[in-house]
Write a protein that binds this ligand. Structure first.
Ligand code: CA
Length: 219
């Protein structure tokens, strides 16, 4: 899952992007409202974390214009302002949730998971597909009840294919979900992870869709 973080406070931005990266998200971090708009125009994100008080363009304005253009991403406002009006105008401008700084990282992670879940129309916190069960919160994957050992990238790739299951994702789409701007992508990285996942989950679990990409399937 790839997140866009918009935060002009360097210390907060750095610690958030570090913490989210450790949680296995690909994070792109920008420091002002205009850069946020440029990044959003590329449309590769799964969620937007948006500070409200921003240089160049205020967060609220970025958000309402993004929604006016038809932008669908789940948006979580992170704001230092505790004023009730900010929360209300944020939600009314199209945010899905908000957190007031300083906040607990575990709460941030849980809210992010909840928003991603709702966005894909899933109420259950755990994803089950065929014999495979994936828990986004604990980052555990089970095959027929047996815990599997997956690398961070393997997990991220499997989560992309499973949320929601059965959707076809191209190699480029999978790369975008796996890597932020500051990561070099090896030319066959996705194929290598798919290969590893097939070894662990069974070759038939991830299907090639000729000329299009990959999807999960049950036999
Ligand atoms: Ca700010």
């Amino acid at each position: 899952m790839r997140l866009l973080l918009v935060e002009d406070d360097a210390m907060i931005g750095e610690s958030l992007s570090e913490a989210l990266t450790i949680e296995n998200y690909a994070v792109d971090w920008v420091l002002d409202g205009r850069s946020a708009e440029l990044a959003l125009a590329h449309d590769v994100y799964d969620l937007l974390l948006l500070d409200l008080g921003l240089p160049k363009k205020q967060g609220l304005q970025v958000l309402s214009e993004y929604r006016l253009r038809g932008g669908m991403l789940p948006v979580l406002i992170i704001t230092a302002r505790d004023a009730m009006t900010d929360k209300v105008s944020g939600l009314d401008a199209g945010a899905d949730d908000y957190l007031v700084k300083p906040f607990d990282l575990d709460e941030l992670f849980a809210r992010v998971r909840a928003l991603l879940r709702r966005h894909t129309g899933r109420a259950q916190p755990v994803i089950t597909f065929g014999q495979v069960m994936l828990d986004p919160a604990s980052r555990e994957v089970f095959l027929r009840g047996q815990l599997l050992s997956l690398s961070a990238r393997e997990f991220a790739l499997l989560l992309a294919l499973l949320d929601p299951p059965g959707r076809v994702l191209s190699r480029a789409e999978l790369e975008e979900k796996l890597y932020s701007w500051d990561h070099e992508i090896g030319s066959n990285a996705v194929e290598v992870y798919i290969h590893h996942l097939r070894k662990k989950l069974g070759t038939e679990f991830i299907r090639n869709v000729r000329g299009v990409g990959y999807k999960v399937a049950v036999a």
